[in-house]
Design a protein around this ligand. Structure first.
Ligand SMILES: [Zn+2]
Ligand SMILES: [Zn+2]
Length: 344
C-alpha cells in the first residue's frame, strides 16, 4: 500500500475518504485538521495561557504534545495539570502507569507540570470512595466474576463511580487552572467521545446539555474549555500517540471503567462506522446544526446557579456539591459506626 501523497509506504488507510498515508503525511494530515478545528471554533487567542488536563492516557498526552508544538510558533503558553485520583487497588497498574506516563511526557518535552491529589481536595481517593459506597450500598455498583462494574441507570440518573470521578476531576481541573492563572482549559475529547455524548443526550432527551456545550451561557466560575481533537477519530489519535511516544504504554484501562451505558453507545457507533465509514463526521456536523437550531428557541432564564458554589446547575444544588455532600454524609455514618465499636 503506497501513500496517496508521496512515494513512501502507507501506514494507515482512512476509509472515510480513501486516503492512504505514510508516517510523515499522516502526522501532517492529523495536525492540520486539529489546527483547522482550533481556527474554525476560535479556540485559541494570542496571549492565551492554556492548561491541558493530562491523565497520562493516549488522548491527553497527544493533545499536550500537539499544543506544545502549536504554541511554539504563536504567543501562547502551555502547561499540564494532572489529578492523581488514586486508583491503585486490586494490583491495578492503571493509577501508577498513567501517572508515570504523564510525568514522562512532560519531562521529555520540557513542559511545566502540576500534579494534585484527588484525596487532598475531596478527602478521599477513588478507591476509598468505591469501598465506602460499596459497603454502604449507596452506589450503583455490582460485582460480577471479580470484575468491578459501575453502571449508570438508563433513565439518566447516573449514580456510578465514573460520575463521581468525572464530575469532581473536572471541577478540580477548573479550580487549579484558575489558580494557575490560565485563560483556557484544553480537554482531550476526540470525535467518538463527542458522538457518544451527543447520542446519549438525544436518547435521554437532555436538550439543555446539547445546548450548554455551545458556550452560550457564560459561567463566570468556568474557565473556557477547548477541545482541539473533537474532529479527530480515536484510532488516529492512538496512532499519533504511538508515533510520538515510542516506548510508552497506553494500554492500561481503568479497573472501574465499565460504564455500561456509554459503552453501549460506543459499540453502536463503532458498528455504524465499520459499515458506513464517515458516519462519525456526519453525526458531528449534525450535532452542530441541531445546536444552532435549538439556540434560537432557548430561553436563557431557565439557567440556575448552585447556591453553595455558584456553578451552573439544574437541580437544587450542582452535581459537584451533591457528590461532595454524599461523601461527607457517608463518612459521618462510618465514623459513628466506629465509635460504637470503640465503646465495646
Ligand atoms: Zn506520504
Ligand atoms: Zn455547587
Amino acid at each position: 500500500m503506497k501513500c496517496t501523497k508521496c512515494p513512501k509506504d502507507a501506514i494507515i488507510n482512512l476509509r472515510y475518504n480513501g486516503l492512504n498515508l505514510c508516517r510523515n503525511c499522516f502526522v501532517e494530515y492529523f495536525e492540520k485538521r486539529a489546527r483547522v478545528t482550533i481556527r474554525n471554533f476560535n479556540m485559541i487567542d494570542a496571549g492565551d495561557r492554556i492548561a491541558v488536563g493530562l491523565s497520562g492516557g493516549k488522548d491527553s498526552s497527544s493533545l499536550l504534545y500537539f499544543l506544545k508544538n502549536f504554541s511554539e510558533k504563536r504567543r501562547t503558553e502551555i502547561l499540564a495539570i494532572t489529578i492523581d485520583v488514586g486508583i491503585n487497588d486490586r494490583d491495578s497498574k492503571y493509577g501508577k502507569e498513567t501517572l508515570k506516563n504523564a510525568k514522562e511526557v512532560c519531562q521529555r518535552h520540557g513542559i511545566e507540570h502540576h500534579i494534585y491529589s484527588f484525596k487532598d481536595e475531596t478527602g478521599m481517593t477513588i478507591d476509598e470512595i468505591y469501598a465506602m459506597f460499596k459497603s454502604a450500598k449507596g452506589l450503583n455498583i455490582s460485582e460480577q466474576s471479580g470484575v468491578k462494574i459501575c453502571s449508570n441507570d438508563v433513565a439518566g440518573g447516573s449514580k456510578g463511580l465514573c460520575t463521581y470521578c468525572g464530575v469532581l476531576r473536572r471541577d478540580l481541573l477548573n479550580k487549579k487552572a484558575k489558580e494557575l492563572k490560565c485563560s483556557k482549559l484544553a480537554i482531550a475529547h476526540n470525535l467518538e467521545d463527542e458522538g457518544q455524548t451527543f447520542l446519549m443526550n438525544i436518547v435521554r432527551g437532555d436538550i439543555e446539555k446539547i445546548i450548554w456545550g455551545s458556550g452560550l451561557i457564560k459561567d463566570e466560575q468556568l474557565i473556557p474549555r477547548i477541545k482541539p481533537f473533537i474532529k479527530s477519530p480515536e484510532d488516529e489519535v492512538k496512532l499519533y500517540a504511538k508515533i510520538n511516544f515510542p516506548g510508552l504504554n497506553f494500554e492500561h484501562i481503568c479497573p472501574y471503567r465499565k460504564d455500561a451505558y456509554r459503552k453501549t453507545f460506543k459499540d453502536i457507533l463503532n458498528l455504524l462506522n465499520r459499515r458506513h465509514p464517515g458516519s462519525n463526521f456526519q453525526i458531528f456536523g449534525n450535532n452542530q446544526r441541531l445546536r444552532n437550531l435549538l439556540l434560537k428557541n432557548y430561553k436563557v432564564e431557565n439557567v440556575r446557579f448552585c447556591p453553595i458554589c455558584g456553578n451552573l446547575c439544574r437541580g437544587e444544588i450542582c452535581k459537584r456539591c451533591e457528590l461532595l455532600k454524599k461523601i461527607k454524609n457517608n463518612r459521618k455514618i462510618k465514623s459513628k459506626k466506629v465509635k460504637v465499636t470503640d465503646l465495646k
